[in-house]
Design a protein. Sequence first.
Length: 347
Amino acid sequence: MENKVKLTEFSHGYGCGCKISPAVLSSILSGAKSKLQFPNMIVGNATNDDAAVMDLGNGQALVSTTDFFMPIVDDAFNFGKIAATNAISDVYAMGGKPIMALAILGWPIDKLPAELASEVMRGAVEVCDAAGIPLAGGHTIDSLEPIFGLAVNGLVQRDKILTNQGIQKGDLLFITKPLGVGIITTAHKMGKASDEDLNNAVESMCRLNSIGALLPSIKGVHALTDVTGFGLFGHLLEMLEGTGLAALIDTKSWPVLPNVDKYLAQYTIPAITYRNWNSYGNRVQEPSADVLHLGCDPQTSGGLLIAVAPEAIDELVALLKENNIPESCLAPMGRVISKEGDWEVVF
């Protein structure tokens, strides 16, 4: 169907830019601690990882996650694709393989036609088909703003789980998608983004992070996460938490979507960029304005951030090439060093 309705006009936030800031989230979770012990729980919410992991006792583990947000683009079909890709990514970010998804749909039925919600669902089904999993059901509500996402389950071998912990001194850092999605989609919402630049961002957001299920085969991959609403710096800091290590980032080598510099010059910066910086900026060496805006930019359906031992780089790059990861992402953008002083991210 032809979609003339601009979905972003019906939401106050968009994509992973809807996320609550890291500092506020930490405050919320501080009071949500169970008194019970769950011995089969391998990964819970203690390390801010991408998904929960439960030992099934047969050499396999269940990976479970949910993710949903408000429209980041105006096209309903693409909104469904992006939201589905983003949710499934959390399973890949644990080294797992998704097996089933359930839909989460909130729709303002008095403002937007049901046909548009059907387009959202159609986009999600296309992504689930590409991932080889059923969209097996879900739940819908009448809401004030359009909301869509998935709850996703996956499986991973017990001894092949990858988490955002385990980073080691000397590791090199790779990311599998270029940065700048939040900047370009903000420019789109402001009516400044070209069709070509928006299409590049949408193509990136709709690319499955399925390589994550293959990364456990590389022994030198020590830690893995996906980069979403807290920005590159925020998710990297979660990797470094409590390690006594720091990341030296070469900002000339980090991959960036085409023409992002043009939109930075026009100051099309998502509001959550500054909420992110205010939450963790005290742990980052003072950057230039452009580096701050890219490092804290909320990445909806962003790439996988990989920490890998130097001796495994050739094997990793070969795997990245085999899986059509963009050429700009085939070189390391940083390395892990000993922490000196207060900063955990330095340049």
